[in-house]
Design a protein around this ligand. Sequence first.
Ligand SMILES: [Fe+2]
Length: 336
Amino acid sequence: MRRRQFLSAVPAALMAADNSERIVRNVVFGSCLDTHEHPMLDTTLKLERDLFVFMGDNVYADKGGIPMMKEKYALLKNSRFFRGLQNKPILATWDDHDFGLNDGGADYPHKREAQKEFWDWLDEPTNSPKRKQEGVYQSVSFGPKGSRLQVLLLDTRYFRSSLKKVTKDKAMLGGVYVPTEDPNATMLGATQWQWLESVLKEPADLRLIISSIQFSPEAHGGECWANMPHEQKRLLDLLKGSQAVVLSGDRHWCEFSHNGIYDFTSSSMTQKHPRGTPTANRFRCFPKTYHLPNVGHLNIDWAAKTLTSRIIGEDGTTKLEQTLPFSALEVMPKGA
Ligand SMILES: [Fe+2]
């Protein structure tokens, strides 16, 4: 009992503390955990880390309603992996399987209950404003001026309009979704856009945009920002001039892309991609992809002003790696 109290108290205390002196140099980011006992998870705990980011599909709980979701979160919370993460800050957003509906969006009827389970998992205090807010988006900044990192966790589910689909015979390799021209279709919803505009006014030397679904790749039939080109453009316009990158998950394989902004996709921590081959992506900026269990690792060298992004496999070795100067991370609006 004592141990449990200790474990649940630490992350909330860490996140409530003033983070302005906490310099983040190593960020570990992962997605799509369909089990909480896996060699990849043990490897992850050995990586150098100042912060861990869950990018969605943190549990798979879209088939048994809220009782099943509670059960899955309890398993994760009591796992060796989650306990092992407790000594450093943890941030999270969700994707469809922990939102509660495969490919789900704004019309999912149990989203409020799912949000309560999400915050319960993370021990968010009962009086926290995040529990009153609709959607799990949030921004957290770390470090003093000169090494200030802003982490913006987006909610790509709670407000998302339904997606435009084609029939299976017309589908692309990644699925049945296609880009819409409907200007009213939204990825983030008006309230979250307004919030994003305001938090982007806060100064930061580097911004990490956490999006459960991919931002930069071309449309591939699966869920991605390219299915709403006007929303994609809106985010790039908002970020123009900032030094920022996107971290994304969802796909069950990894790739690095650049389309106005770098997007480092790491997925899945515990599952092998059954097809083993990527979808087409003219914005892929690193020649290799990786399709076995993995986690992402960012190393920020604040003195040299460089960012190294890596995909790490189950054996702890690097599978994809790219080092970029901060100057290359300046976001360019689409078409520029
Ligand atoms: Fe997934």
